[in-house]
Design a protein around this ligand. Structure first.
Ligand SMILES: [Zn+2]
Length: 320
């Protein structure tokens, strides 16, 4: 029996869902249905992706009870933890380091800087960050111990450490926070943005990366589009709904980058029901096509938004 199967017997068949009658971000009750989707990973049922008519954020309905979310991640064996090896691992680390270097080189921050990688997952991006100019990097996630990929680096290098959300000191201050492929997994993104605002130095930078619901491939593949990732993704953003959200929570948008992710192998798996052991290589082979079609329609599979902390935090938990 695989770990995933044992986890299902541990409680996925009875997971609690909440039927939403209003947008969880702004409270508006009107929406359009973008996709009638389903859970292809844990088989917990069917879900709609609804776009709010007011704030234009799309959300998954029903939503998973937030106390049970940890069940999806505790074994670190989902696609959120790619665990790549060989040439795919080398190429991925090279790409992540290049991405991080490009972003950091264009931020008006003097050295040395402290960086938080919030929701570090398998630790690949934290590792890439730690190789640049020996910046001080704190990788953060909910597990009590670091991911295997980081364990050795933490022992050998003095500029990288791992902390669980619980062990993070509220008074720690960071110049840059990366929050990659996390915001869409969080039941209350407004609250998270408020917390990250408090962790940033004055005029510090927050870099958020999320899947793009307006990708050409989502429109073509519908419910088989991999990064809908139902029901772990509570939210589905496009460039304008993400910008609107962060601006409402005390940030100024400096730049939005359109990035590309090899989404086709898992999407094909969902569509055909055929699993492949060579997801990494299929992703590499189909990546040019993935990019070309999105560029043609001025879209992308992934959005990266660079925003700067305003002096005041706009978050008011009881305002709506
Ligand atoms: Zn809304």
């Amino acid at each position: 029996m695989t770990t995933k199967q044992s986890a299902i017997h541990g409680g996925f068949d009875s997971i609690r869902k909440i039927n939403l009658t209003a947008c969880p971000i702004c409270g508006n009750e009107t929406y359009g249905v973008l996709v009638n989707g389903k859970d292809f990973e844990f088989h917990t049922g069917e879900y709609k992706v609804q776009r709010c008519n007011s704030c234009h954020v799309s959300y998954t309905n029903p939503a998973i009870n937030e106390r049970e979310i940890y069940k999806f991640y505790e074994d670190r064996n989902t696609p959120d933890f790619p665990n790549s090896t060989g040439i795919i691992h080398i190429l991925r680390q090279w790409y992540l380091a290049r991405n991080a270097r490009n972003i950091l080189a264009n931020l008006p921050i003097s050295k040395p800087i402290r960086i938080m990688d919030y929701g570090c997952g398998d630790g690949a991006y934290s590792l890439a960050l730690s190789t640049i100019n020996e910046y001080k990097v704190v990788a953060v996630d909910f597990h009590p111990s670091p991911p295997p990929l980081l364990a050795n680096s933490i022992k050998e290098a003095s500029n990288i450490e791992y902390k669980s959300y619980q062990s993070l000191n509220e008074l720690e201050i960071f110049d840059v926070i990366f929050c990659r492929q996390v915001l869409e997994h969080i039941p209350n993104p407004r609250q998270l943005l408020s917390q990250l605002h408090n962790f940033l130095s004055i005029s510090g930078f927050l870099i958020i990366e999320v899947p793009n619901i307006d990708s050409f491939w989502r429109k073509l593949l519908g419910k088989y589009y991999y990064t809908l990732y139902l029901p772990q993704h509570f939210y589905h953003f496009n460039a304008s709904s993400l910008a609107h959200l962060v601006e409402n929570e005390g940030f100024t948008v400096r730049k939005i980058n359109k990035l590309h992710t090899p989404i086709l192998p898992k999407s094909i798996q969902y569509l055909t029901g055929i699993k492949s052991e060579n997801i990494g290589f299929i992703g590499l082979l189909t990546f040019p096509l993935t990019i070309v079609m999105d560029v043609f329609f001025s879209e992308s599979t992934t959005l990266s938004i660079i925003c700067q902390r305003n002096l005041l935090n706009n978050f008011h938990p009881n305002s709506d």
